[in-house]
Design a protein around this ligand. Sequence first.
Ligand SMILES: NC(=O)c1ccc[n+]([C@@H]2O[C@H](COP(=O)([O-])OP(=O)(O)OC[C@H]3O[C@@H](n4cnc5c(N)ncnc54)[C@H](O)[C@@H]3O)[C@@H](O)[C@H]2O)c1
Length: 489
Amino acid sequence: MSFLSSRRNFLKTSGMTAAALSVGCTGIPKRKHPTVGNLACPALETVKVGVIGLGMRGPGAVYRLAAIPGVRVTALCDIYQARVDGPSKWLTDNGHPAPKGYYGSTEEWKKLVEDPEVNLVYVASPWQMHVEMVLFAMEHGKHVACEVPMVFTVEDCWKIVELAEEKRVHCMLLENCCYGETEMLALNMARQGVFGTLVHGEGAYIHDLRGWNFVEGSYEAFWRLKWNTLHGGNPYATHGLGPICQYMNVGRGDQMRVLTCLNSGEFGFSEYVKHHQARIDAIAAKSETFADKDKYGLSTKDALLGPWKQGDMSTAVIKTELGRTIMIQHDTTSPRPYTRINLISGTKGILKDYPLQIALDQDYQAPHLGWASPAQMSELIAKYRHPLWRDSGEIAKKLGGHGGMDFLMDLRLCYCLQNGLPLDINVYESCQWSVLAELTEVSNANDGAPVIVPDFTRGAWKDEIKPLGIETVKLDIDENAKAGKQLSV
Ligand SMILES: NC(=O)c1ccc[n+]([C@@H]2O[C@H](COP(=O)([O-])OP(=O)(O)OC[C@H]3O[C@@H](n4cnc5c(N)ncnc54)[C@H](O)[C@@H]3O)[C@@H](O)[C@H]2O)c1
């Protein structure tokens, strides 16, 4: 049974879903292998990366990875040859060895995974392909890093966790926002106790994607729109959630316990389509000839013309075992300026982003607290700048990728692989952050009923899996990269 049809069956029994998730939680599969929360694998002398999916996101990863010493992009895969040829030419034009190219069918990526010259599979394909690719990579003993979100259902999370534990390979969600300059500033401040005891966090993905969803040549075969047509809840929680979990040590000393979610109705797409009816009707009419019917769950025409299950604004609240709360929002259909909110507050102060503001009450004076002045902000930013940004921030900005955070993510990933260190984001976090997709969908479908969040660590969060440290990498990046020549995304 395909993922999408099994999801539909699951939701049809929606009266049972909250209970079913609770049962899933108490019925946690028995552990067969030791935890991989702090997994350290043999160091890789050369990280040999195979990148799958070279649409809007994948090529940037190729350029960034190629800039890291001791890393080779050895293989590239997409359905379309032209999408492989472009980054491939770029690599050879810039003095790197030519990668092997895999293209021409939807199954070619399996050959990339099997290629002995690949020891890290880097997945940047549409959401609908992630689970299959991640599992196949691990089955073949490869480390795997996957774009956000990695996985969408509790059932698939367990498959991924069990396989990672059995094969003892790394499986990392490519949550680049954990490496944002402000997020890492907040992490450093949280670790140094500046906010006191952490109480509450807020994160979001509020990004107007109406234009991207209704235009040819952006998301391949309109996969994102198709997801929005079939699913409610919050499919894309990890950008806001990941950094807050790191501040709070969720999965490493604290753990999510229960979640509730309500979505607004859908208004944004309907009004947008009505306004652009002629243009969208024309794509829909043409799409009848597309060979993509059901490739991502339904035909392009159905996705273009609606109705869409995804409400405009999704708001979830999570409570952790230690009694903290996290609010997570998602809205990609309203005309709102971009924000991930990125708010963390504790007993001694608060940081919030968009724009960045900090307010502190270090001595419990309970003043009528105002935000720090520009001069105080400069001082705080300089004092608490994360060492990774201090050491490699300049080169990261040159190499790019959302202001440098994408490069720092890749740099840390490869550095840890090269040095046999645990990765910054383990398989349990990768699953738990991603699986909000299903948990929010089920809660919302049941009018906000609480849903128990499964503990994929099976208790190892209590004291076995250690909090993420304040880690850095200081590398000699090659001359090519120093010149900023590889800047692209
Ligand atoms: N972390 C971030 O900031 C960020 C930003 C953008 C996108 N993303 C994520 O990156 C992923 C890709 O998004 P995108 O915007 O590049 O989408 P896209 O549609 O532009 O690119 C996907 C590519 O995958 C290819 N593909 C599809 N099926 C394939 C198969 N079977 N084998 C090989 N290739 C296949 C498509 O041809 C396309 O080129 C998504 O998971 C998205 O959420 C993350």
